[in-house]
Design a protein around this ligand. Structure first.
Ligand SMILES: *Cc1c(COP(=O)(O)O)cnc(C)c1O
Length: 393
């Protein structure tokens, strides 16, 4: 075994990656199926905007794939999370438990709902929320009131728990659901990155009272921009549709709206792209999982780093392959990033943990040793599906 150096890092990446004159992006969309046909169909029929058959079809496909009874397509993943939080009962002045190690949108959605993010720690191997640390922390700070759990340090109600499946790797959902039940917390899954991932053979996004998915351009499949709210609760699904479509009362001609609401509709044009993309999800997953194996084999021979692998009880979509540096390799991080970029290979550090951003510095938080260490030690590797094999002709 050879110890990691910037040169060895680039050589190892090159053993896995094809040579590409333009360099290798972190993640690129691929349009190898019916995308053009479906989008052209929208243009030809004039159904490009806020209603249309592709929106319904996209929602039904998502229900099938995600194993839920209801999917509501919306304009992006952040909007999906915003409305999911509101429907879970989050109100102005509440706190919402979120991982410190997540994309900033998780906390933005909490703020949009008028609540305050309360950061909790991660598990070192799954990267998502750590159930035991969460239970210990809540035991210390929560007092139970008639109004639900309250943070005795801030006096605010704690209104929801938001696990996020980081880079596609499922959190330990059973353990987190037990903690949530014990403290009477509704669970809203931030499944933005985990379309196609499974925990105990069940799709991510099907565990919480509600879940949010993203179809941004860099996610495993894309609608250009888009998202969806998932739930098994029929009443919540009706509310989700109503709130995201300006709260218009159905009527043949009357034009009446019954509450302040949002225009979070996914245009038919975007849904058309999404239908074609979902048709190829399985093929995307096969190649992304193959790419993960290639990275794991290549880096197994390099000391000081490890590629994050799916937990034994789960199947990951490997949205972004992730390298973790050990303590001795951590000081090399910036040199590794420099070397990869100089070689035209886009490698990126994980998100800076959110409590370290100035705008969230005053938010309540648990001790966050794991999130802080991971924030310094994770690198995302190029992970487009095409790097794991050919698109279907
Ligand atoms: C992408 C993402 C979102 C937000 O989705 P958008 O469609 O970009 O608004 C939310 N949470 C996580 C963890 C994400 O990765």
């Amino acid at each position: 075994m050879a110890v990691i150096t910037p040169q060895l890092f680039v050589d190892t990446l090159r053993r896995v990656l094809p040579t590409h004159p333009g360099g290798i992006a972190l993640h690129q969309p691929e349009f190898a199926g019916n995308e053009r046909a479906y989008v052209t169909d929208c243009l030809d029929t004039g159904w490009v905007s806020s209603v249309g058959a592709y929106v319904d079809r996209f929602e039904r496909m998502l229900e099938e794939i995600c194993g839920v009874s209801h999917a509501v397509a919306v304009v992006n993943g952040t909007a999906a999370l915003h409305v999911a939080l509101l429907l879970a009962g989050v109100r102005n002045g509440d706190e919402v438990l979120v991982p410190a190690l997540t994309f900033v949108a998780t906390a933005n959605a909490v703020r949009q709902a008028g609540a305050v993010p309360h950061f909790v720690d991660s598990d070192p191997t799954r990267l998502g929320l750590a159930p035991d640390a969460l239970a210990d922390w809540l035991t210390r700070i929560v007092e139970t009131t008639d109004n639900g759990p309250r943070n005795r340090q801030t006096g605010r109600r704690i209104a929801a728990l938001v696990p996020m499946h980081a880079f596609g790797h499922p959190v330990d959902m059973d353990a987190l659901l037990r903690v949530a039940a014990r403290f009477d917390l509704p669970v809203v899954e931030d499944a933005a990155e985990s379309l196609g991932s499974q925990y105990h053979q069940r799709p991510c996004g099907s565990f919480g009272r509600l879940a949010a998915i993203s179809f941004n351009g860099n996610k495993i499949v894309t609608t250009g921009g888009g998202g969806a709210i998932l739930t098994n609760d029929a009443a919540l699904a009706v509310r989700a549709k109503h709130l995201t479509t300006t709260a218009k009362l159905p009527h043949r001609w009357e034009f009446v709206h019954d509450e302040p609401a949002f225009n979070y509709r996914l245009p038919n044009l975007n849904a058309a792209l999404g239908c074609a993309q979902l048709e190829q999800l399985d093929h995307m997953l096969t190649r992304k999982r193959h790419l993960a194996q290639l990275y794991q084999a290549a880096f197994a021979e390099v000391e000081g780093v490890a590629v994050i692998a799916e937990p034994a009880d789960s199947s990951s979509n490997y949205w972004l392959n992730t390298l973790v540096l050990d303590q001795t390799a951590e000081p090399l991080r910036d040199a590794l990033l420099e070397a990869a970029h100089a070689a035209g290979i886009q490698v990126r550090p994980a998100w800076r943990p959110l409590h370290l951003l100035a705008m969230h510095a005053d938010c309540p938080r648990a001790p966050l040793p794991v999130a802080e260490a991971l924030g310094r030690r994770l690198l995302n590797l190029p992970s487009s599906a095409e790097l794991g094999g050919q698109a279907k002709p």
